[in-house]
Design a binder for this molecule. Structure first.
Ligand code: DOR
Ligand code: ZN
Length: 457
């Protein structure tokens, strides 16, 4: 047998533990995991001595802004950033312009992204009060899940958000019938609007005013509403970027009742607290906002205990000029920060510090995501027959994150410039092809493929 790619002498992360073996990939799939002399010959070989070969990492939460705001990011730069950060597959959010909330918009986004992507991609379909009738068509196009906001101040909010519980239940019902997860940005509109009104009335414009406008109670109320809708409809709920202890407690209780709920958090909530808002100003303006130490500790506990299932970057690039506007008036800056390239090194540093195990990291950044979005076992596991996408890591390398070295267009808005980290991806392999090698992008536009949701029935 001849293979397209042979990963030699690596430590392979398998469900049975880490083993020393070679991996052969042929026609995009893993055809053999074995030791010499049982490994096939290959066109290309990568020496992985001293490195660990993980199942390809997946980022379930990115905003690549394409089409519509490509001055902030586009599918090429965003996916180069993904490859540089060891991410083999991304799931892109629908709040670009026009939103990915109609069949036509979905199709043209697939075409656009196909011509630019360096890593594989899935797309969320947006849903809101004005496009409920499009949900069937969007599912048919292969959307990985639906996404809705419970608060969004955008001209397109009716295509991306719902306000009342009746509408929320309606979209959960449709998602359940279509056997698709429904991902929710859980922050309650009423609480945020009331708080914002009061803060603005007292002329608050400082960065902490934004933080105060989105209290933990907004997340708690929204999470409760979503759990109620999930319970009622049987839908699979994916709670995006949870930030608070109270929300996590609700998830814990709901899981024990058998509600199909999965929770995500992001490296910035695990590593930054609200003090950074004073230091970084509008650059640290993110929705939901950074929280205090208590909440952060609760997130780490939930992560270890298995009540948080996934880690996503919520890569949300914006222009430096837009962020600068917020330094004198926080309401003028957009929310979000670009994190895709640094998620893995930041999390590997925590593995090196003994805060979490490598197995847990692989679950959170690959296996569980593949399971929630129905991509498992083709993704999220290294085994014969699975897709030949891998993240090869060096756990021992230490370095300083440098914003100016990043591939994202929003490098100047990155929150972790100068942080010392230990561990990074040395290679990102996409279905047997090298997308990144030692920090250099080796894959070209179009290497990445649209990955539609696999229907389970
Ligand atoms: O901080 C955020 N940024 N939260 C969101 O919900 C949207 C995102 C963005 O698209 O910039
Ligand atoms: Zn987001």
């Amino acid at each position: 047998m001849q293979a397209d790619l042979l990963l030699k002498n690596g430590l392979v992360f398998t469900p049975k533990g880490i083993i020393e073996a070679d991996i052969a990939v042929n026609e995009e799939k893993i055809v053999k995991i074995a030791k010499e002399p049982n490994t096939p010959k290959s066109e290309k070989t990568i020496d992985c001595r001293g490195k660990i070969i993980l199942p390809g990492l997946i980022d379930p939460h990115v905003h690549f802004r394409d089409p519509g705001e490509t001055e902030k990011e586009d599918f090429y730069t965003g996916s180069c950033a993904a490859a540089a950060g060891g991410i083999t597959l991304v799931a892109d959010m629908p709040n670009n312009q026009p939103p990915t909330s109609t069949v036509n918009a979905f199709k043209s986004k697939v075409d656009e992204a196909r011509s630019k992507a360096v890593v594989d991609f899935c797309l969320y379909a947006g849903c809101g009060s004005k496009n409920i009738s499009e949900m069937v068509g969007l599912a048919g196009e292969g959307a990985i899940a639906f996404k809705t906001w419970m608060y969004l101040s955008s001209p397109y909010s009716s295509l991306l958000s719902v306000r009342d519980q009746e509408e929320l239940i309606q979209i959960f019902t449709n998602a359940s019938r279509l056997d698709m997860p429904i991902a929710v940005h859980a922050e309650d509109a009423e609480i945020i609007e009331q708080a914002t009104k009061l803060l603005k009335a007292s002329s608050r414009k400082d960065p902490l005013a934004h933080h105060e406008s989105r209290p933990a109670s907004a997340e708690l109320k929204a999470v409760r509403r979503c759990l109620e809708a999930a319970k009622k409809t049987g839908a699979t709920l994916y709670l995006l970027h949870l930030t608070t202890k109270d929300a996590v407690e609700e998830v814990k209780a709901a899981k024990s009742l058998g509600i199909k709920v999965f929770a995500e958090t992001c490296p910035h909530y695990l590593l930054l607290t609200e003090d950074y808002i004073l230091q970084l100003g509008a650059y640290a303006k993110i929705n939901p906002p950074l929280r205090g130490k208590d909440d952060q500790e609760a997130l780490w506990r939930a992560l270890a205990e298995g009540f948080i299932d996934c880690v996503g970057s919520d890569h949300a690039p914006h222009l430096k000029s837009e962020k600068e506007l917020g330094q004198s008036d926080i309401w003028c800056a957009p929310s979000g920060a670009p994190n895709i390239e640094v998620s893995l090194p930041l999390m590997l540093t925590k593995v090196n510090d003994g805060v979490m195990t490598l197995s847990r990291l692989v679950e959170l950044m690959s296996t569980n995501i593949a399971k929630v979005f129905n991509l498992y076992p083709m993704r999220g596991i290294v085994c014969e027959g699975a897709i030949g996408s891998f993240t090869i890591i060096d756990l021992k390398v230490e370095y300083k994150i440098r914003a100016d070295k990043l591939y994202t267009k929003a490098r100047e808005c990155m929150l972790f410039d100068g942080w010392r980290v230990k561990g990074r991806a040395t290679h990102t392999i996409i279905r047997g092809a090298v997308a990144m090698e030692e920090g250099v992008i080796a894959g070209s536009r179009g290497l990445g493929r649209f990955t539609p949701r696999r229907l389970s029935r």
